[in-house]
Design a protein around this ligand. Structure first.
Ligand code: ADP
Length: 251
């Protein structure tokens, strides 16, 4: 890089050049650090289920014959950990697609997309569309459907079965806003700023009974950013969460 820099003519330019060069190195360094951290987090997340599976296989080998009752138990663990790995690998693939996939922007009728999702997807909770109508936004149809599904899946996962999930749409002069409201366990205010980070789960002990990799919302964010869809999260008083997707209206 140094060889390619133009010859500086005055000392001030040298200083300016050195400053920009250092800034550039900082940016590259930060990006590398983030990528290294991601690879290390992903490996760690995969190592945990592999170690658990290995442990149970050893247990079956050592004690299975004398104590056949442990076999069923261990097999249940192995099956659970295998599913965890499958989920994680699928999420990692989704994330890399989200980063690379080309987007195809078309005019999408959000109202009918929501009605179709509410009618066809099976969730334990009742999914209710509170504002039927025609709301047109510019987006990539498949990726937008993926974003909405992931948010509804989370709303469902983090709520008990007797709670509703409400979908609503509103249009202002500047934006069209889609709101997904649940009445589940909610997200504490100080955790809200972290939920879009890769592998972040609010209070692992609270979430550990609910399966997840902590990657879902980082995929959602990646997909939304590509299409200039803003995403916001709020507390739903007294209980639950509200996620908003904000689409800029066409001029
Ligand atoms: P996960 O695979 O753990 O669900 P996500 O990236 O989709 O990962 O979400 C990150 C974390 O944010 C979750 O682990 C959960 O703690 C929290 N979260 C996301 N959506 C909701 C919601 N609707 N209600 C409560 N907590 C949520």
């Amino acid at each position: 890089i140094k060889d390619r820099l133009p010859e500086p003519t005055t000392p001030i330019e040298v200083n300016e050049l050195a400053k920009s060069f250092n800034q550039l190195l900082d940016v590259i360094g930060e990006k590398e650090d983030r990528e290294k951290q991601f690879v290390s987090d992903a490996s760690h997340e995969l190592k945990t289920p592999i170690a658990a599976i290995n442990g149970h296989l050893k247990l079956i080998k050592r004690r299975g014959q004398a104590h056949p009752e442990i076999i069923a138990d261990s097999l249940a663990y192995i099956s659970q950990e295998t599913q965890r790995m499958q989920r994680l690998v699928q999420n990692l693939l989704d994330l890399s697609h989200a980063e690379r996939d080309e987007i195809k922007i078309t005019q999408v009728n959000l109202g009918s997309m929501l009605s179709e999702i509410a009618a066809n997807m099976a969730f334990p909770q009742e999914i209710k569309m509170t504002t039927p109508g025609i709301f047109i936004v510019s987006a990539d149809f498949d990726q937008l459907r993926e974003i909405i599904l992931a948010l509804i899946e989370n709303a469902s996962k983090y709520s008990s079965e007797n709670k509703k999930i409400l979908l609503s749409l509103k249009k202002s002069t500047k934006n069209t806003i889609l709101e997904i409201k649940d009445f589940g366990i909610g997200i504490p205010k100080d955790a809200q700023k972290h939920i879009f980070e890769r592998f972040y789960r609010v209070d692992e002990s609270r979430s550990s009974k609910i399966p997840g990799s902590g990657l879902g919302l980082s995929i959602v964010k990646e997909l939304a950013d590509h299409q200039h869809i803003q995403i916001k999260v709020f507390e739903n008083h007294p209980q639950g969460s509200i996620f908003q997707l904000i689409f800029p209206n066409e001029p």
